[in-house]
Design a protein around this ligand. Structure first.
Ligand SMILES: O=c1[nH]cnc2c1ncn2[C@H]1C[C@H](O)[C@@H](COP(=O)(O)OP(=O)(O)O)O1
Length: 202
């Protein structure tokens, strides 16, 4: 589990890299198969390395604010300007990931309308400079539960970059998109699937 620190503390630490990522989300009136309410759109992305993560990237606090750096990264990845402010900041953590040593991960959440989120999904393909390169595509997180672990449990059984899976779970709770009980159920089912797949000879 990544150690949580304050934004202020993070900015005083020397010798650390800073990564800022954001969860863009909003309410939706759409229904899957015309009957299962989607309820919310939550955007993540499939990265160039095959891992799931949030849009964003490395920023240089000596040259720009965390939020300006995040907005710049977002423009490259989603193709439209998304203003980000200090009020959108949710957490800063010391990364415990062996593949990302001496890294502080800053996490932001921004609520948008359904048309704004759809415009981002379009622009991420049509105008984003990173499309097909650093970013293979935006994905929506399925927040519902289907038979046999379909939906959120299956999604959580995939592989995520750094602490982005923990960021997703805490954000879903923070924004009250799912209850603690629903999240625990999804995590439990995802673990079962991982175990089942690791037994699979294919
Ligand atoms: O979604 C994320 N949540 C937390 N940490 C993340 C996430 N995505 C990446 N990372 C970590 C691990 C990476 O090494 C660094 C830099 O991220 P990245 O998006 O690859 O940055 P650049 O595009 O290379 O600037 O952050």
């Amino acid at each position: 589990m990544a150690e949580r620190i304050t934004r202020e503390d993070a900015l005083t630490r020397e010798g650390f890299r800073h990564a800022c990522h954001i969860m863009l989300y909003g309410d939706s009136s759409a229904k899957l198969f015309g009957k299962i309410p989607i309820k919310h759109i939550v955007l993540m992305q499939m990265r160039f390395d095959g891992l799931l993560g949030f849009p964003g990237g490395l920023v240089s606090p000596s040259k720009e604010t965390l939020e300006a750096g995040l907005s710049r990264e977002l423009h490259e990845e989603v193709g439209v300007a998304v203003p980000v402010g200090v009020d959108d900041h949710i957490s800063s953590c010391l990364s415990q990931s062996p593949s990302s040593p001496r890294l502080i991960t800053h996490f932001y959440i921004k609520k948008m309308t359904e048309p704004e989120l759809k415009e981002i999904e379009r622009a991420a393909v049509t105008t984003a400079t990173d499309h097909g390169l650093e970013v293979m595509g935006m994905v929506r997180v399925p927040l519902y539960f289907l038979k046999n672990g379909g939906g959120l449990p299956y999604f959580l059984s995939h592989s995520f970059i750094c602490n982005s899976r923990a960021q997703l779970l805490s954000a879903l709770l923070h924004c009250r998109l799912l209850s603690q009980g629903e999240l625990e159920k999804a995590v439990r089912q995802a673990e079962q699937m991982r175990r089942t797949h690791s037994d699979d000879p294919h």
